[in-house]
Design a binder for this molecule. Sequence first.
Ligand SMILES: Nc1ncnc2c1ncn2[C@@H]1O[C@H](COP(=O)(O)OP(=O)(O)O)[C@@H](O)[C@H]1O
Ligand SMILES: [Mg+2]
Length: 217
Amino acid sequence: MKEPIIRLKNISFSYDKTAVLQDINLEVYRGDKVGLIGPTGSGKTTLLYIIMGLLKPQKGAVEIFGKIRNKEKDFTEVRQKIGLLFQDSDSQLFCPTVKEDIAFGPLNLGKTKKEAMEIVKETCDILGLKGFEDRLTHKLSGGEKRLVALATVIAMRPICYLLDEPSSGLDEDTLHRVLNYLKNHANTYIVVSHDLRFIEATSEKIYLLKKGKLTLL
Ligand SMILES: Nc1ncnc2c1ncn2[C@@H]1O[C@H](COP(=O)(O)OP(=O)(O)O)[C@@H](O)[C@H]1O
Ligand SMILES: [Mg+2]
């Protein structure tokens, strides 16, 4: 079998004395549609942060695209190719307008302004955000922010998505748009939720994170 995109080996992590993650092993291959479920506070967000290099585990190894990642600069490639949707939309959105936020990633990856604007249009079309381009981000509703945050991740065309509670604050109709996007356009992902129905609708392999341990359901 080919090299996994993500391989966590015996990862342990704690913020203070209490262990959040204990000896976690996980492999995600190209094409895997992974669901991660667990109670609030079980460490789901922490696990995604470790994959992105936003937190450093006290024990174990993070291997991405076949390379061990330790230092800050090891994660530059990871952050270009793996797209994280933050649990909190406000952590993702920092530009005045929707189009600037969506264009930010592509421009950073070296796209021209014209190319970036084409990506903005395409991405807005996919998510039903037509006409949102010039809206002020801070004036959007929670659900609209969720979609725009997702659009900023999609615009990077990541090889793998890490989606932290993508369904939170979305109405039924919007939720279907997100589900459709995942089904039709996203090849590899880990989707995190405490909502088993959403996980079952999106995932082929479901893990439960509880009391620091990861188990396959
Ligand atoms: N920055 C932090 N400092 C200290 N404790 C934290 C911090 N972030 C999260 N925690 C704690 O770590 C545990 C796991 O949090 P988190 O990964 O956010 O869980 P989940 O995403 O599953 O709800 C929780 O008990 C939470 O309170
Ligand atoms: Mg969380």
